[in-house]
Design a protein around this ligand. Sequence first.
Ligand code: SF4
Ligand code: SF4
Length: 352
Amino acid sequence: MVMLSRVRLAAFIDALRRHGEVVAPRPVLDPQASGEYRRYEELRSGELPELAPGKPALLPASHLFLPPRETMLSYELESGRFTEVLDREPRVVIGVPPCEAHALALLDQALSQGVPDRHYRARRENATVVSLACAEPCWEQCFCRQMGTHRATDGFDLLLTPIDAERFTVETNTEKGDALTAELSGVFAPALDADRAALDSWNVRCDAAFGPSESWSADPRALVEDGADDPVWSTEAERCLSCGACVLLCPTCTCFDMVESVPLPCSAGTRERCRDGCMIPGFSAVAHGADFRSDRAERLRHRTRRKFAYQPERYGGGSYCVGCGRCHAHCPVDIGPIGLLKELEKDREEAR
Ligand code: SF4
Ligand code: SF4
């Protein structure tokens, strides 16, 4: 562990620029959206990241590695030649909150199994992730404490913790982080025993600020597995507008559709993928008009079970929900995982 003083932040960012474009959450005023929100953007020359508490970015850091739309390959129709398009641009993403770093670790796991996702991997392998510890829940919809992601444990290279107004502790989590720390030794200061003690105290205060970890008595996976026929799916889905906001903003959703784009004169084209999701009507439609989940209640149940049961079973690890609260906060009719899990638990208790 080493120390970074805020007065050395400019030197730190300058040094990071040697490792690629530096991207950080930045406040954006959008008159068409509801006021100000944060968006991951490249820092301009001389600009410093905020590195301060606040609402999470509208789109999570994982969308930098799995963008909403991307070209996967270009091709010529007559010759059949094609070229894979891989984005190997080096990037440093700074200010990633612990829950989003945890989401990256989950995606690293899911998208490296079977046939690895080369496009995600190319971006990820060429990126450095600098996480910023959260001192308290960043908004009322956050339930990362219940998902065990309020403290950064994985998915990052360096972790900054603002132990006082002037300084961050800097911890490394990977060989890339170790190398960066060694390279930037002139920017950092050594950590003293008093700094380690201050970090321990900061973490204790952080746990207290996030409150108790138990919001339900049962494991979420058991709740969604046992609650397959629970009426909550139908009652909640009656309000669902099928807008897809929940799946399009989620840091651990990965589903996409493929689009072939072949403009006139039809001699060459590109294959693109764009985000899609299981809450959007038609997502599970197949040839001859069949649709495996044409019903909203089935879609809601599938999405919830996917987060808490299917993906953990398939890829290992815990829930594929990190408790960021985006799906709940941006749902126009106030549907979210916490409400669903609590309702499942209540129904289970009443059935006993
Ligand atoms: S399911 Fe909702 S709360 Fe959980 S990670 Fe996705 S957007 Fe965040
Ligand atoms: S954001 Fe809400 S209304 Fe929109 S699809 Fe998801 S659950 Fe339904």
